[in-house]
Design a protein around this ligand. Structure first.
Ligand code: ADP
Ligand code: MG
Length: 625
């Protein structure tokens, strides 16, 4: 069969264009990517051979061989892994195969310099070879098949696929170096780069610079080595490999469990959020090995979803090697591993929190929203998770960004304070100005400011912390009387509040019938005239807003309008309310009060035209006087 010419998928063409013109200084990542692919290919075949040994009957030893040809100016990377057939080559090397690379393409700005800066961060895979290559030839034979195929491209929009010859299974990639890329023919340089990127890889890698192949790496799985024999750099390098990551690990956790179940764990907490952290699938990426054989990187149930930011490896001695991936998640062993790993990780996080509060706060800002999912998903670990949680709080003034723990909060509770008060909303700055906070601030009572959408979900399932119930300040009656008087209000309430408040309340209720559940005097306001709160049994207002936005509920429940009897406007309205014809005269004012409260809350005004008319009419009257 003759050569077949094909075009790259548009996204790949864009990516290749960037690679070919890359002004990226750390071009060595291309070698890391090719070696990483070769190692993955061997892992895949080793796994398949567990159930079909004929696949590796010819040669059960896996290896990666790197060699150079100085006169041809080529660098060759060969493996005897799973290999690719014609369809694989087209599918895997002609389209964007992997989410990381896809994410990179999405983030591409079109500005070559800016985009190039992201190459190291994303790792972009196979295509990075075009940073140094003028032409690439991939010859591959899939394990279990006879026919080899050759894929060739110069990275300029097209590639060819043709039948080819190859002894034995696996893939050979010949990189024709571009002018100026002779660095990749220098034995010393190659040796150094390959060693850096492969020391943790558990299969032998050789380098042949013309004097026969020489071993470059140790080829022992890094997680099986004692801690004392692994350097910081090796840990980091393995993290980059196993996590497809480019940042530094924030926490490295390496231990071996012996006893009833034996397993090794090498897990990392990244510094930065991985790209897929908020994917709806909430899939973790920890790789499961059994006796050093890679089994899968999506074993459901190995890591709880609220720890899905972890990267690394769990290698278990006690699972049968030939267990199918489908069977895995239902084995009690996997449940045991999940429990044990979650427990250990939370313990380590606690240690970090105790030792380095500032560093821990950075971690919490990055992964706290994910960990908090555990508060409603993992009842068993709830107390540990609550102890790890950090919150913004009114304890700091405006602009304060320090985080507090529940224990800090409880330590600062006022005499007579029975509950932990919270308020939730999307924006910290707006939240700090919420009218519902006024009464608490005035009495020096701290309120936790919850800004993550997930907060609304766990609050419904976490009844208390150390016996202190959690209460939203936007829900139910506030009853702040037990928490002391407002400063500067020592003269007592009665002077400040008008006696005929009940009359105004009746007038407002009459006018707002159907629009609010109730109108009542507020304890929680000091500066604002009005605010909305949810009734005791009703859903918290932000949760309801969120569910409504997602179409999960149609109708928001009606709210309670609270009015501040000490506010000048309310006092004026009380006076008017006691005169004849009050109900009609105050109709506009009643609706404006309610709309005002909605606006402060960030809720839409249901009838903007009516709102504008009322406002205009009231202003006209007011200014005429
Ligand atoms: P990733 O490795 O993250 O999936 P790459 O761009 O590095 O992304 O590779 C794309 C795909 O091409 C791989 O997922 C794999 O299926 C295939 N591939 C690349 N190199 C090899 C190889 N040496 N042997 C077998 N398959 C390979
Ligand atoms: Mg890859």
């Amino acid at each position: 069969m003759s050569e077949e010419k094909r075009s790259f998928q548009a996204e790949v063409a864009r990516l290749l264009h960037l690679m070919v013109n890359a002004v990226y200084s750390d071009k060595e990542v291309f070698l890391r990517e090719l070696i990483s692919n070769a190692s993955d290919a061997c892992d895949k075949l080793r796994y398949l051979a567990l159930t079909d040994p004929s696949l590796t009957a010819d040669n059960a030893e896996f290896e990666i061989a790197v060699s150079i040809d100085t006169s041809a100016r080529t660098l060759t990377i060969a493996d005897n892994g799973i290999g690719m057939d014609r369809d694989d080559l087209i599918e895997l090397l002609g389209t964007i195969a992997r989410s990381g690379t896809g994410a990179f393409v999405q983030e591409m700005t079109g500005d070559a310099k800016q985009d190039a800066a992201m190459i190291g961060q994303f790792g972009v895979g196979f295509y990075s070879v075009f940073m140094v290559a003028g032409k690439v030839e991939v010859t591959s034979r899939k394990a279990g098949t006879e026919q080899a195929w050759k894929w060739t491209s110069d990275g300029a929009g097209e590639y060819t696929v043709a039948e080819a010859e190859r002894d034995g299974r696996g893939t050979e990639i010949v990189v024709h170096l571009r002018e100026g890329e002779d660095e990749w023919l220098q034995p010393y340089r190659l040796q150094q780069v390959i060693k850096t990127y492969s020391d943790h890889i558990a299969l032998p890698i050789t380098l042949d610079t013309g004097e026969g192949p020489k071993r470059v790496n140790e080829a022992s799985a890094i997680w099986t080595r004692p801690k004392s024999e692994v350097s910081e750099e090796q840990y980091t390098e393995f993290y980059h490999h196993v996590g497809h990551a480019a940042d530094e690990p924030w926490l490295t956790l390496h231990y071996r469990a012996e006893g009833k179940v034996e397993y090794s764990v090498l897990l990392y907490v990244p510094t930065q959020r991985p790209m897929d952290l908020f994917d709806p699938a909430r899939q973790h990426r920890v790789k499961l090995y059994v006796k050093r054989v890679f089994i899968t990187d999506d074993c459901d149930g190995l890591v709880p979803p609220y720890l899905r930011f972890l990267r690394g490896v769990v290698d278990c001695e006690d699972l049968p090697l030939n267990i199918s991936r489908e069977m895995l998640q239902s084995t009690p062993m996997v449940a045991h591993l999940r429990q044990a790993i979650a427990k250990r990780v939370l313990t380590e996080l606690k240690k970090k929190a105790d030792k380095d509060a500032e560093g821990y706060a950075t971690f919490w800002k990055t992964f706290g929203p994910v960990l908090k999912e555990g508060l409603y998903e993992d009842a068993e670990r709830r107390d540990e998770l609550l102890a790890l949680a950090r919150f913004h709080s009114t304890h700091q003034g405006e602009g304060g960004d320090e985080l507090v723990s529940m224990a800090d909060y409880v330590g600062r509770m006022k005499d007579g304070q029975a509950a932990i008060y919270t308020i939730s909303g999307d924006n910290l700055a707006t939240l700090r100005k919420s009218p519902q906070l006024e009464g608490f601030k005035a009495r020096g009572v701290e309120v936790l400011l919850l800004t993550d959408p997930v907060d609304d979900f766990w609050q419904a399932t976490v009844p208390d912390f150390e016996g202190k119930p959690l209460r939203s300040v936007t829900r139910g009656a506030a009853d702040l009387s037990s928490l002391g008087k407002v400063e500067g209000d020592e003269a007592g309430d009665d002077d400040a509040r008008p006696a005929d408040l009940a009359t105004l309340i009746a007038v407002l209720k009459q006018n707002l019938e159907g629009a609010v559940k109730d109108v009542r005097e507020s304890d929680r306001l000091t500066d604002s005239a009005v605010c909305l709160v949810a009734d005791d049994g009703d859903m918290d207002m932000r949760l309801e807003r969120m569910l409504k936005a997602h179409g999960q509920i149609d109708q928001a429940s009606s709210r309670i309008l609270e009015i501040n009897p000490r506010h000048a406007l309310i006092k004026t309205l009380v006076e008017r309310a006691t005169q004849p014809g009050a109900s009609d005269a105050l109709a506009d004012a009643a609706h404006l009060l309610l709309d005002q409260a909605r606006i402060i809350e960030g809720d839409p005004v249901p009838d903007p035209a009516a709102f504008a008319q009322r406002l205009a009419s009231v202003m006209a009257k007011g200014l005429a006087a």
